[in-house]
Design a protein around this ligand. Structure first.
Ligand code: BES
Ligand code: MN
Ligand code: ZN
Length: 502
């Protein structure tokens, strides 16, 4: 896809579709009035008909009259005072997603109305809209099928219209947005692939291919070495499957190298290629969704690739423990007691609380490789989606200053988090009769307990992003297809890039 920022007026831009953001209840004066005039009053007539209500991400396609573009597409951004970075991202994504099944080769988007209301102006809008268009083009059906009639069109050209702007600077911003969007889509493609396709070894091979393409260091730890190292929790989860586990470790920069913020950041992602629950087996309803229990791993693998594309050499470690959690005669049994890499003895009271086991060893391993700061991403609990739904990610962190740094990156990335407390009062509930602690504990406060468990397996500043609700959508939205969403990819990339050198 060619990307072009132009400073022409929107009525002069030739394209198959001209997308017009609508802010609040539109009034047809200024440039919007001119657009309306040249469409022969089509926009005002749409508004009168009730088609342009200020409901976010609603859209309409209409004839273009005398405009240079062949058709117009309105996308509502809602009320001006509620428009934030995420809104702008979703307006871009909605424009492209709305074109699903339509025949269009070029899409032009008029940025001015959004730039007038967003801090950061044209450059911020160019980046977010470009990223949105790329993310809005994602369609999971195309993973296995060649001809998907309803898929968003493959664009030859995306034209961003910014009269009066510094086109060069907006172009650079938009290019960054495209790369961010491509990274999120790469994470989504890997995440959506089924468990008969993506085993831990296949995920490791995907990581090796990425490492080779971008000159990243990679180490894939197989079960024999994991045993020598003492990764008892990681191995306990993987041992029930014929598809052996892989601890995938990738790095940009040198071993232990500090970034410009004096950090050696590690991003750690849960890679459960299928979570049946193991012997603590899950109900069959919706079990098929548990092929997406590897989203965290796919996200950190994609994120280190995106960082390598945007700022090669930035110190960053990505650790992705990949396993299949399966029942069988070799499986871990409820009540099995294993020794974690950090020396703690863990009583596995529930084999379905497996994510925290593999992440615990992965975080300890990241520290042995010099990590000074850790963020982990995981579809860790169902509880987080019951609490927060699909639109905001539940997160933990300690110390608070590190959590706050993650949130700063998240704001830039146009992603939302809500902090969950690490309430020490629940620690006694995680006590075991036999080991240092158990992995599940009673149902009360189970979401908090998931964080408390993980906290035991790191010593450096750490944040945990539970994408059990936000990691994949069951229903399509105006801005996104069903399936993996790519959430947290942009946050991780912004967090790492904050420490980029030079
Ligand atoms: N992968 C699941 C969490 C999950 C469930 C994510 C549904 C997205 C949708 C995780 O491994 C799990 O099974 N968690 C248990 C923990 C419990 C056994 C303490 C849960 O949430 O029920
Ligand atoms: Mn589970
Ligand atoms: Zn799981």
């Amino acid at each position: 896809m060619q990307l072009r920022v132009v400073t022409d007026q929107p009525w002069d831009v030739t394209a198959d579709v001209l997308a017009i953001p609508i802010i609040g209840e539109p009034t047809f004066d200024g440039p919007l009035g001119e657009l309306n005039k040249r469409t022969g009053g089509e926009l005002a007539s749409l508004a009168e008909f009730g088609e342009l209500r200020p409901k976010r991400y609603t859209s309409a396609v209409a004839a273009s009259g005398e405009l240079a573009a062949s058709r117009v597409l309105t996308v509502s951004a809602g009320e001006a005072d509620k428009i934030d970075r995420e809104t702008v991202l979703h307006v871009g994504a909605s424009a492209q997603h709305r074109l699903g099944g339509r025949h269009a080769r070029s899409l032009a988007i008029w940025l001015t109305p959004l730039a007038d209301v967003l801090d950061g102006g044209i450059d911020a809008v160019a980046e977010l809209v470009a990223r949105g268009v790329v993310e809005g083009s994602f369609e999971p059906k195309t993973l296995y099928l060649d001809d998907v009639a309803t898929a968003p069109p493959v664009l030859d050209e995306l034209i961003l219209i910014a009269p009066g702007a510094d086109a060069g600077s907006a172009q650079k911003a938009a290019e960054r947005g495209v790369i961010m969007g491509e990274g999120a889509n790469h994470a989504r493609s890997l995440s959506n692939r089924s468990a008969n396709d993506v085993t831990p070894e296949v995920l490791a091979q995907e990581a090796r291919d990425i490492a080779e393409r971008h000159g990243l260091w990679i180490d894939v730890i197989e079960p024999d070495r994991a045993r020598e190292l003492g990764m008892g929790m990681f191995l306990a989860v993987g041992q029930g499957s014929d598809n052996p586990p892989r601890m995938i470790v990738m790095r940009s920069g040198k071993e232990g190298e500090k970034d410009s913020l004096d950090r050696h950041l590690a991003i750690v992602g849960k890679g459960v290629c299928f979570d049946s629950g193991g012997i603590s087996i899950k109900p069959s309803e919706r079990m098929e969704e548990m092929k997406m229990d590897k989203i965290g791993a796919c996200t950190v693998i994609a994120a280190i690739q995106t960082v390598a594309r945007l700022a090669p050499g930035t110190p960053l470690l990505a650790v992705a423990p990949a396993v299949e959690n399966m029942p069988g005669s070799h499986s871990t049994r409820p009540g099995d007691v294993v020794k974690a890499l950090n020396g703690k003895w863990v009583d596995i009271t529930n084999t379905d609380a497996e994510g925290r086991l593999i992440l615990g060893d992965a975080m300890t391993y990241a520290e042995t490789l010099g990590a000074t700061h850790i963020v982990d991403v995981a579809t860790l609990t169902g509880a987080v989606s019951r609490a927060f739904g699909h639109l905001i990610t539940g997160a933990f962190g300690t110390p608070q200053s590190w959590y706050d740094e993650v949130v700063t990156a998240a704001d830039k990335a146009a992603e939302r988090y809500w902090q969950i407390p690490l309430l020490d009062d629940y620690v006694p509930d995680m006590e075991s009769w036999y080991g240092d602690l158990q992995n599940a504990g009673s149902a009360e406060g189970s979401l908090i307990k998931s964080g408390l468990f993980l906290r035991e397996f790191r010593t450096v500043p750490w944040a945990h992003l539970d994408i059990g609700g936000t990691g994949y959508f069951r229903k399509t939205t105006p801005w996104a297809a069903r399936g993996a969403t790519g959430v947290t990819h942009a946050t991780l990339v912004e967090l790492a890039l904050a420490g980029a050198k030079g």
